[in-house]
Design a protein around this ligand. Sequence first.
Ligand SMILES: [Cu+2]
Length: 141
Amino acid sequence: MKIWKQTLLASAFAMMGSLSIMASETHVVHANMMDFDPVVVKINPGDSVQWTNMSTHNVEMMEGLIPEGQEAFTSPMSQNFSHTFEQEGIYIYQCTPHIGAGMGGAVIVGEPTNLQVIKDAGVRGGLGRVVRQAIAAAEEM
Ligand SMILES: [Cu+2]
């Protein structure tokens, strides 16, 4: 009986260990000409995204295309930027000066909880192309 309890305890600690490792990842999104690479990045809650090579770019989170209750932040222009995502869902963003050229991206944190909201938004134009890629990525999860 005692050995059984110790085995349970050991496996519980092993699971906690792997969870804490998952929570600390950093994912790099590289601005490449007029594209973010990758366009869609899938991460776990607690992970960070780091945008690099941002010499003439920024990250503008789109109101209504991020999980409810989250702040639609905008990163400073022409600066590399890092953000930690805690809340699950899809976050659609654009590069403010280059969205006409379709420069935008998506971060999917854990489960895509707001997929239907984003589908119903019916976004068109440059950002619409980004949204379609995000929906496709979320639907294959
Ligand atoms: Cu840009």
